[in-house]
Design a protein around this ligand. Structure first.
Ligand SMILES: NC(=O)C1=CN([C@@H]2O[C@H](COP(=O)(O)OP(=O)(O)OC[C@H]3O[C@@H](n4cnc5c(N)ncnc54)[C@H](O)[C@@H]3O)[C@@H](O)[C@H]2O)[C@@H](O)CC1
Ligand SMILES: Nc1ncnc2c1ncn2[C@@H]1O[C@H](COP(=O)(O)OP(=O)(O)O)[C@@H](O)[C@H]1O
Ligand SMILES: [Mg+2]
Length: 284
């Protein structure tokens, strides 16, 4: 049966609307203070990819709260990022962040998640990815009063919504989203990722299987953090632009590659953003 939900197709117009040229008299404090929480000993790569994407998106200040065994690797990839031990009290770090991204490679660290959920405030943006979504579902945790973005892939959304992947129709997804606090944004990742808000739904028509590499979603989550921390047209626009840019870069790179690595996407971000800030839209 055809869907009654009108899914708007994302185009490069979302990049033109969202990515703006920077004003001269600005500083790092104007471009988002991002706190990334995740990365067990096994999954350090996940937060490294979050942070690479956030910094290459233009985030002003990025701090990564992770297992100490990841500090050296993170710094060797990205000296721009600050680090802190995620087993220590994170409340002061949470308080001073504009955007908190938690969950990529978080594994079974339930206490870190519950502390974060109880510490965020309504004006903060909270992005929940990876293991945070699985823990949320397993322990039936409530979302806090904050500006929440969920970034599940289909299996994570199955755990959260109790909808089998085959049942994840636009109608069912919207009904499931309505059980979360109003204004929660859902980025349902798959081939042709869909984005749902309380009142609207959008579909990506770009991207492809050359993106099917571990870390591709960690990179998207870091980009979303970077975009929402600096582009304030609306939270929805910034999320949509990050989702579109992620796959637009992948498509561009895939013209000459069999697979596209997550870190290659991050490396290309400043170029793509420069093109759109300058409205040089001929290439993509
Ligand atoms: N380098 C790293 O440190 C990496 C760490 N990762 C972290 O590993 C943890 C576990 O995440 P995973 O996603 O691997 O494991 P999950 O168990 O959450 O999900 C993977 C399972 O879902 C299935 N699936 C069905 N539809 C899917 C879809 N559209 N996209 C992706 N999977 C789909 C897969 O076949 C697989 O069985 C997360 O915290 C994640 O952030 C991953 O991001 C991979 C890279
Ligand atoms: N076949 C595909 N076509 C388009 N996009 C894909 C495809 N496979 C994976 N992706 C994209 O790659 C990302 C994978 O996210 P996720 O599974 O969370 O990765 P990870 O947790 O390993 O970082 C999503 O943005 C998804 O849309
Ligand atoms: Mg993931």
């Amino acid at each position: 049966m055809a869907s009654d939900v009108l899914m708007k197709k994302l185009t490069q117009a979302i990049l033109e609307q969202t990515i703006t040229k920077r004003a001269n008299a600005t500083h790092k404090g104007d471009y988002g203070r991002i706190l990334i929480i995740g990365g067990t000993e096994q999954y350090g790569g996940a937060v490294i990819m979050n942070a690479l994407a956030a910094v290459h998106s233009g985030a002003g200040l990025v701090t990564v709260a992770t297992h100490p065994s990841n500090f050296t690797a993170l710094h060797s990839h990205l000296p721009e990022a600050m680090v802190t031990d995620y087993t220590q009290d994170l409340t002061s770090f949470i308080r001073s962040a504009d955007v908190i991204l938690i969950g990529s490679g978080l594994g079974e660290q339930l206490t870190i998640l519950t502390t974060t959920l109880s510490s965020v405030t309504p004006e903060q943006i909270l992005i929940l990815d990876g293991s945070a979504l699985t823990l949320l579902a397993e322990h039936q945790l409530n979302l806090p009063d904050a500006r929440v973005v969920l970034t599940p892939h289909q299996m994570e959304w199955q755990r959260l919504s109790r909808l089998e992947i085959a049942e994840q129709t636009p109608e069912n997804n919207l009904t499931a989203l309505a059980t979360f606090p109003a204004q929660t944004i859902l980025v349902l990742k798959k081939c042709h990722t869909q984005i749902y808000t309380e009142n609207d739904s959008f579909e990506l028509t770009i991207g492809g299987p050359y993106q099917a590499t571990g870390g591709m979603g960690d990179t998207l989550a870091g980009m979303i953090a970077g975009f929402v921390g600096q582009f304030h047209v609306s939270l929805e626009n910034a999320v949509l632009a990050a989702v579109y840019a992620h796959s637009a870069i992948a498509d561009d790179l895939a013209r000459e590659r069999y697979v596209v690595l997550p870190t290659q996407i991050s490396a290309e971000l400043p170029k793509l953003m420069h093109r759109y800030a300058e409205k040089k839209t001929d290439k993509l």
